[in-house]
Design a protein around this ligand. Structure first.
Ligand code: G3P
Length: 216
């Protein structure tokens, strides 16, 4: 499963990219706004921090506007993936932009039927939002399982990019469900490495090594 980091904070991206564990980055208008930086500038910087796909979302809602913005975003760097909302105009723009060789991440997916449409539109990635479904007491993980089964039934190439991930448990469940990619905030990714027994065991090993005067 590929790991994307869901942020526009270039310091967090640089820190995680240095681990070699990150395969790409996703942003959205809210994350860009939080960065407080010009959109094209921060996307260009992020694209230089990773060779993997970097999702940059349009803010137009009409087909012509999406195409215009999508083409502009795609020109920023070769690893820009244009993010389009799951609307009819977004799906139409997806068909056009993927037909031009641009990678597209169709976002704000909350149902299997929406994901089916995105695959038919040629989406490179589909972003089902797990956390936001959980927030309204629906089962976000059930959607991942449904999309996986549908995509496998018809051999769709669209990659499931599990999004709106809030916990380490979401990451595990996405891997068990067969998501191709997960995107999570930096803190969730960093939390994956933690286990109290690892800390306790290392502490014991080091204390015993020190006691025995072990040197390497
Ligand atoms: O960026 C897309 C998605 O990961 C956003 O998640 O936490 O705003 O629901 P969230």
């Amino acid at each position: 499963m590929k790991f994307f980091v869901d942020t526009a904070d270039t310091k967090d991206i640089a820190d995680l990219a240095a681990t070699g564990l990150i395969d790409g980055v996703t942003t959205n208008p809210s994350l860009i706004a939080k960065s407080g930086r010009p959109f094209a500038e921060v996307i260009a910087e992020i694209c230089a921090l990773t060779s993997g796909p970097v999702s940059a979302e349009v803010v137009a809602t009409d087909y012509d506007g999406m195409i215009n913005e999508g083409r502009k975003l795609a020109k920023i760097a070769s690893n820009v993936t244009v993010k389009l909302p799951l609307t009819l105009d977004g799906l139409k723009a997806c068909k056009t932009l993927t037909g031009e060789g641009t990678q597209v991440n169709v976002t704000l997916c909350f149902s299997a039927n929406q994901a089916l449409l995105a695959a038919k539109a040629g989406a490179t990635f589909i972003s089902p939002f797990i956390g936001r479904l959980d927030d309204i007491h629906l089962d976000g993980m059930e959607l991942i399982h449904e999309i996986r089964q549908i995509y496998d039934n018809y051999l769709f190439d669209t990659e499931i990019l599990a999004a709106s991930i809030r916990t380490a448990n979401h990451v595990k469940l996405c891997a068990l469900a067969g998501a191709d990619v997960m995107t999570a905030p930096p803190a969730v990714i960093k939390s994956l490495v933690n286990h109290p027994l690892t800390d306790k065991g290392l502490e014991t090993f080091l204390a015993d090594a020190k006691k025995a005067g072990i040197k390497v």
